[in-house]
Design a protein around this ligand. Structure first.
Ligand code: AMP
Ligand code: MG
Length: 331
C-alpha cells in the first residue's frame, strides 16, 4: 500500500501556509505567504484574514506544483483548528472544508501548538523531550505524560515572540521583530539592567517590555537594549526550563517554535542541557515558524489514530490550549 499523503493548511496568524507531507515523514512541499503589517503597527486580525483570502489559491496551487502532485492524489486534508486569531483561522478552515468536500477526502483538525512540537520532533529525531515552545502565540515548557502534553511552565502575560515583536514595533524596526532584535543585539556591548520576572515556574514579560521601552525613550543605545532584552528574556525562560528538566528528569530537551531560530536562545538552552547531561535538539530554521507542513505532519499522526471530523462540525477553536488535547499517537 502506498504511504498516506496529507495536505496541511495553516492560517492561525500572520502566515498562510500549505504543505504536503507523506506518512513516512517526507516533506513534498512547503508553500507560504506571510502578512507583514506596515512599520509601527501590529497584526490586525481582519487585515491578516484578508491577506490569507487573497494569497490562499496561489499558495495551495504552489504546494501541489512543488510536490508534483494532483489534488486528487492527496489522502487527507488537515487544517489548523486553533488556537489563533478567529478571522484568520476561519479562512483556512473554510478552504479545508471546501477541499475535503470537493475531493471527498477526510478532514482532520490540528492544534497548531502541538503541530509545532511534532514537526520539531520529526525534524530532529527527539523521542520524548522536555519541549520549550516559543513563538508569536506561545511560550510554554511542556512534556508528554499520560496521554497529553503537560505544561511545566508558561508565560503569565505576553509571549516571548510578542515581547520581541512589540519592542521592535515601538522602536520602529520592521516585523517580525525577533530577527531584527537578534541582529542588533549582536552589536550591543553594555548590559542594561532590566526587570527579571520568574514566578514559580512561570515567566512574565510585559514588565520587561515596558521597562525596555522606557529606557529607549530615555535615550539608551538601541543595540545595548536589544542585547540586554535578549539576555534577560532568554535567561528567564532558561531558568524555568532548567527547573523543569530537574523535575521531569527527561533525557532530551527540544527547542521549537518561531523564536527557536534565535542563536543566543539556542546557546543558553544548549548549555543547560549539557550541564544536566541531556541531549539538546533544536528544530531547523526552515521549520521553526508557522507552516502548512507542521499541520500536514500532525494531520497524518492524528489520522492514523482514527481522528477526523465531519465538515458540519469542523468549527475553529481560537483558545484551544495544548494541554486540552489527547495525544493517542504518543502512547
Ligand atoms: P511563529 O508564530 O511560530 O511563526 O513564530 C513567529 C515569531 O518568531 C515572531 O514573534 C518572530 O519575531 C519570532 N522570530 C523569528 N525569528 C527569530 C529570531 N531569529 N530570533 C527571535 N525571534 C524570532
Ligand atoms: Mg506558531
Amino acid at each position: 500500500m502506498k504511504d498516506l499523503l496529507c495536505l496541511g493548511i495553516e492560517s492561525t496568524a500572520h502566515t498562510f501556509g500549505a504543505g504536503i507531507v507523506s506518512e513516512d515523514g517526507k516533506i513534498y512541499s512547503d508553500s507560504r505567504d506571510v502578512y507583514i503589517p506596515v512599520i509601527g503597527r501590529g497584526i490586525h486580525p481582519t487585515e491578516a484574514a484578508q491577506h490569507h483570502n487573497i494569497v490562499a489559491p496561489r499558495v495551495i496551487l504552489d504546494a501541489f506544483r512543488k510536490a508534483d502532485l494532483k489534488p486528487g492524489m492527496i489522502d487527507i486534508i488537515a487544517y489548523s483548528c486553533g488556537p489563533g486569531l478567529g478571522p484568520c483561522l476561519r479562512v483556512g478552515a473554510t478552504i479545508a472544508r471546501a477541499l475535503s468536500t470537493y475531493l471527498c477526502k477526510p478532514l482532520v483538525p490540528v492544534n497548531h501548538a502541538i503541530a509545532h512540537i511534532e514537526i520539531a520532533s520529526l525534524n530532529t529525531g527527539a523521542k520524548d523531550p522536555l519541549t520549550v515552545l516559543v513563538s508569536g502565540g506561545h511560550t510554554a515548557i511542556v512534556a508528554y505524560a499520560a496521554g497529553r502534553w503537560r505544561i511545566y511552565g508558561e508565560t503569565e502575560d505576553i509571549t516571548l515572540g510578542n515581547l520581541l515583536d512589540m519592542f521592535a514595533r515601538e522602536v520602529g524596526l520592521p516585523l517580525p521583530g525577533g530577527p531584527e532584535v537578534e541582529r542588533l543585539a549582536e552589536m550591543g556591548k553594555i548590559f542594561i539592567d532590566l526587570p527579571y520576572t520568574v514566578k514559580g515556574n512561570d515567566v512574565a514579560y510585559s514588565g520587561l517590555l515596558s521597562a525596555a521601552l522606557r529606557k529607549y525613550r530615555d535615550g539608551v543605545d538601541l543595540t545595548d537594549l536589544c542585547f540586554s532584552l535578549q539576555e534577560v528574556a532568554f535567561a528567564m525562560i532558561a531558568e524555568a526550563t532548567e527547573r523543569s528538566l530537574a523535575h521531569t528528569e527527561k533525557k532530551e530537551l527540544l527547542l521549537s517554535g518561531g523564536v527557536a531560530a534565535n542563536k543566543r536562545l539556542q546557546g543558553m538552552l544548549e548549555s543547560i542541557a549539557r550541564e544536566h547531561n541531556v541531549k539538546f535538539y533544536c528544530v531547523d530554521k526552515s521549520l521553526s515558524g508557522d507552516s502548512g507542513v507542521q499541520i500536514a505532519w500532525n494531520g497524518i499522526l492524528a489520522y492514523r489514530c482514527g481522528l477526523r471530523i465531519d465538515v458540519e462540525k469542523s468549527l475553529v477553536k481560537s483558545r484551544w490550549r495544548l494541554d486540552q488535547v489527547d495525544i493517542p499517537w504518543r502512547s
